[in-house]
Design a protein around this ligand. Structure first.
Ligand code: ZN
Length: 416
C-alpha cells in the first residue's frame, strides 16, 4: 500500500478570488504560480450560504453545510421571537475528530473551530496551538508551523512539545486578509475612505503571505518532507465592498405600504407578519405569521422591481441547493455590488463584508499542492465542502460521516 501523506490545511480567511485576479492581472502572482505548478489550481471554487466565517469554516472541516452543522450564523426564532446566534455551534463530525479516532495526530494552529473540538491546548496528539502574542498575524502563525516542520520545540504553558514526526493533519488559520478586507484599522494599515485605496493594503499583505508560502515550501523541501505532503490552501468566503445609505428601512417601509406588517428584528410587535433580519450586506425575511398567496405574490413583485437587489432566494431553493438548515429564512435578499442592508448608513468610509451573493464574496481562492501532486487546473465548479472530503478519500480512504459533498475529485491518482 502507498504511504499516506500528511495533510496541511491552510485557511486564509476572506481570500476573495477577485484579489487573486488583481494579482494575476498585475503579474504579481509569481509565488502562487510556482505553487500551482506543484498541484491543483481551482478556477471556479465557491463558498456557500450564509457566507460568514464560522458557518463556512465549520462547513469546510466537515464537508457539509448548515443542515448538518446547524451553524448559519443566526436566525430569528419564531417561538421566542428573538434572534439566536449560533457562535461556534458545530454539530457534524470534523476531519480532526475523524483522524484522532483513527489514532492519528492532529494539530490546530489558531483554527478556532477545532478548539476543544477535538484540539486541546498542550495535548500532543490533538494540540491546539496559539501564538503567545495577543494580536498575532500571518508571520507569527507561520513561525509556529515552521517550528513543527523543523522539529523544534513548541512551548505551551512552559511545557515543550516536539513533533519528531510531522502531524497527520495540521490546520493553520490566518485572518490578516479578512481584517483588511473589512476596512478595519489593522497594524500599520489605517481604515481607508474607498475600496480603491484599501486594495493596495490588501494586495501588500497578500503578497507578504504569498512569499511566506513559498518559504514554507522551501523549508519543507530542505527538511525532506515536501513529497509526503498534501497542502490545501483555501478560504471561507470572499469580500464585497459597500457604501452609502442602507436599504433596510426602505425595504421595511415598502413592505408596509403593500399592507404587510413588517418590522426589523429588534422592533417586532404582536401583529408583525414579516421580520427583517439584516447581517451587513444581506437581509433575511422571516414570515412569522401565515401569509396568504396574495401577500407572497406582492412581496415577490416588490423584490423583482427593485434595481438595488441582485438576487433573492426562497427557503425551498436554499434547502435543496445550498443545504441550508430548516430554521433558515423564508427569503434571503442580496443587493448589487456596493449596496447594503446594514443597520446604519455608511456615509464616511466604505465598509467591507461577505454576506453577499455577489461573486466577490462567493468566488473564492483554492489550491492543493505538494511534491508529489500532478499539475492541473480545475475549471469545473467546486464548492468549499468538496475539498477535504476529496483529499482524505484519495489519501486515507476516509469518509466524513456527515459530509454531503457529492462532487469528489482525485488528488493523488493523477500523478503520471
Ligand atoms: Zn471569514
Amino acid at each position: 500500500m502507498k504511504k499516506e501523506k500528511k495533510i496541511i490545511y491552510i485557511n486564509l480567511d476572506g481570500f476573495s478570488y477577485s484579489y487573486y485576479q488583481y494579482l494575476h492581472k498585475h503579474k504579481l502572482d509569481k509565488g502562487f504560480l510556482e505553487l500551482a505548478n506543484d498541484g491543483i489550481f481551482f478556477r471556479n471554487l465557491y463558498s456557500g450560504l450564509i457566507s460568514i466565517t464560522n458557518p463556512m469554516q465549520s462547513a469546510i472541516l466537515c464537508g457539509a453545510w448548515s443542515n448538518k452543522t446547524h451553524n448559519f450564523y443566526q436566525h430569528f426564532d419564531k417561538e421566542t421571537r428573538k434572534v439566536l446566534k449560533h457562535f461556534r455551534t458545530f454539530d457534524a463530525e470534523n476531519i480532526a475528530q475523524l483522524f484522532l479516532k483513527n489514532g492519528k495526530t492532529v494539530v490546530s494552529i489558531h483554527q478556532f473551530m477545532l478548539e476543544n473540538n477535538p484540539c486541546v491546548r498542550g495535548e500532543k496528539n490533538n494540540n491546539y496551538i496559539t501564538s503567545p502574542k495577543e494580536h498575532s498575524n500571518y508571520k507569527d502563525r507561520f513561525e509556529l508551523l515552521g517550528k513543527i516542520i523543523k522539529k523544534e520545540p513548541i512551548v505551551i504553558d512552559e511545557k515543550e512539545i516536539v513533533y519528531e514526526e510531522f502531524p497527520d493533519f495540521l490546520a493553520l488559520y490566518i485572518d490578516d486578509l479578512d481584517s483588511l478586507g473589512h476596512n478595519n484599522n489593522y497594524e500599520q494599515f489605517y481604515k481607508k475612505k474607498t475600496y480603491g485605496e484599501r486594495i493596495f493594503d490588501i494586495i501588500s499583505r497578500l503578497n507578504d503571505i504569498q512569499n511566506e508560502l513559498v518559504r514554507m515550501k522551501e523549508l519543507c523541501i530542505s527538511e525532506g518532507i515536501y513529497n509526503d505532503l498534501i497542502i490545501l490552501l483555501t478560504t471561507d468566503h470572499g469580500m464585497t465592498p459597500f457604501f452609502g445609505k442602507s436599504h433596510l428601512n426602505e425595504l421595511r417601509d415598502d413592505l408596509n405600504s403593500l399592507g404587510i406588517k413588517a418590522e426589523v428584528a429588534t422592533c417586532v410587535k404582536d401583529d408583525t407578519e414579516v421580520v427583517l433580519l439584516p447581517y451587513t450586506i444581506e437581509c433575511s425575511l422571516y414570515y412569522i405569521k401565515d401569509l396568504d398567496k396574495e401577500k407572497k405574490r406582492k412581496i415577490d413583485n416588490l423584490l423583482k422591481s427593485k434595481h438595488y437587489i441582485l438576487k433573492y432566494l426562497y427557503k425551498d431553493e436554499m434547502m435543496k441547493k445550498y443545504g441550508l438548515d430548516d430554521r433558515g429564512p423564508d427569503v434571503l435578499i442580496s443587493p448589487i455590488y456596493n449596496e447594503h442592508f446594514y443597520t446604519k448608513d455608511y456615509l464616511e468610509n466604505y465598509g467591507g463584508n461577505h454576506d453577499s451573493l455577489h461573486k466577490t464574496s462567493q468566488h473564492i481562492f483554492g489550491m492543493i499542492f505538494g511534491g508529489d501532486i500532478k499539475k492541473e487546473v480545475f475549471t469545473k465548479r467546486y464548492r468549499s465542502i468538496d475539498l477535504l472530503p476529496s483529499i482524505i478519500r484519495s489519501n486515507n480512504n476516509y469518509f466524513l460521516k456527515d459530509s454531503t459533498s457529492n462532487n469528489l475529485f482525485d488528488v493523488l491518482s493523477r500523478k503520471a
